[in-house]
Design a protein around this ligand. Structure first.
Ligand code: NAP
Ligand code: GLV
Length: 306
């Protein structure tokens, strides 16, 4: 069995060594143009040339949860695309989102300003019951985040493509459920995949339906959000602010207004990082399962786009 590794922007060597160690019977090598045909590939944002040359591949293992960049390429219909299925990301995402929600809810930024000025101040506690958090996308990451928020006793709403029934979470689904979901939500967390249906879904119209004083946490993809609409809604006072981990252009350009906006917190696409050991264990487990003829999870449906 041959496995090749092709990453757009990180060195493949540590992955080559670790996969080789986990699968001594395989031949594992980094892809360079003209490399031998492999059976499986482990990739992040490979070039079209890689796909065109590696026409004998059975499986493409993406080292992230989101496959939007991969699905932009011309892929053979027979090629199985497999995404990371948690692999240590859901706990990181739960930490990040709970931190952002609590920081906003408890007004810790305002306390920081006061304490840095040597001021001992109190703010009126906010009502938890009036701070419903809505999680858009109830997949591997969204469900974990929704459950983590329940620990802090926030009312939690969930939104997905297909209907769901999750204990203690008010679930909405489909385009018909969206207005009700937004109207019931003050803090919106985006954890949907980027597809032709979800691109630009966070815009003036949808964010305008959040409860007044609303707050956005975008941890999915930058192209979900019309960035100017967010700034307009914050500056008009309808939204209180946003925590953003993903952007239409990454790295976020130096002149982008998000950097300086006092009500926007920016982080550099770091809410849930790919963990090498966990990811390799998952991918190797799936390669062995495929060899035994077993079904695996995390297989992407190209029609749905996730
Ligand atoms: P997942 O398990 O595939 O879950 C996707 C969820 O979104 C599902 O609940 C799905 O609904 C829902 N959804 C899809 N299309 C929808 C639509 N048109 N309307 C409403 N809901 C829709 O994905 P995941 O593993 O949780 O990851 C989610 C995304 O997080 C990834 O695609 C990636 O973009 C992003 N991500 C970001 C980072 C970061 O560091 N910032 C890290 C990892 C992942 P159904 O349940 O009905 O299918
Ligand atoms: C990161 O953004 C991922 O999709 O895993």
């Amino acid at each position: 069995m041959k496995i090749t590794i092709c990453f757009a922007s990180l060195p493949p060597e540590p992955w080559v060594q670790a996969v080789q160690q986990a699968l001594p019977q395989a031949q594992v090598y980094p892809w360079t143009p003209g490399a031998p045909q492999a059976d499986h590939a482990i990739v992040w944002a490979p070039p079209q040339q890689f796909i065109d040359e590696q026409s004998g591949l059975q499986t493409l293992f993406n080292i992230g949860a989101g496959v939007d960049a991969l699905l932009q390429l011309r892929l053979p219909a027979s090629l199985k695309v497999v995404r990371l299925d948690d692999a240590g990301m859901s706990v990181q995402m739960a930490e990040y989102v709970c931190h952002a929600v609590i920081r906003h809810f408890r007004e810790f930024d305002a306390y920081d300003v006061d304490t840095q000025a040597g001021k001992w101040s109190y703010r009126k506690p906010r009502s938890r019951a009036e701070c419903a958090v809505g999680v858009m996308g109830l997949g591997v990451l969204g469900e974990r985040v929704a459950k983590a928020l329940q620990v802090f006793e926030f009312p939690v709403n969930g939104y997905s493509r297909s209907a769901k029934d999750l204990p203690g979470i008010r679930c909405f689904s489909g385009p018909e459920g969206l207005p009700q979901f937004l109207a019931a939500t003050r803090v919106l967390v985006n954890l949907m995949p980027l597809t032709h249906e979800t691109e630009n879904m966070l815009n003036r119209h949808s964010l305008g339906q959040l409860q007044s004083g609303g707050y956005l946490i975008n941890v999915a993809r930058g192209k979900h959000l019309i960035e100017e609409d967010l700034i307009e809604l914050i500056d008009s006072g309808h939204l209180a602010g946003a925590t953003l981990d993903v952007f239409r252009t990454e790295p976020l350009p130096a002149e982008h207004p998000f950097w300086q906006h006092p009500q926007i917190t920016v982080t550099p696409h770091t809410s849930a990082r790919t963990l090498r050991e966990e990811s390799i264990a998952q991918i190797v487990g799936k390669i062995l399962a495929l060899q035994r003829g077993e079904a695996i999870n995390g297989v992407v449906d190209p029609q749905r786009g996730y």
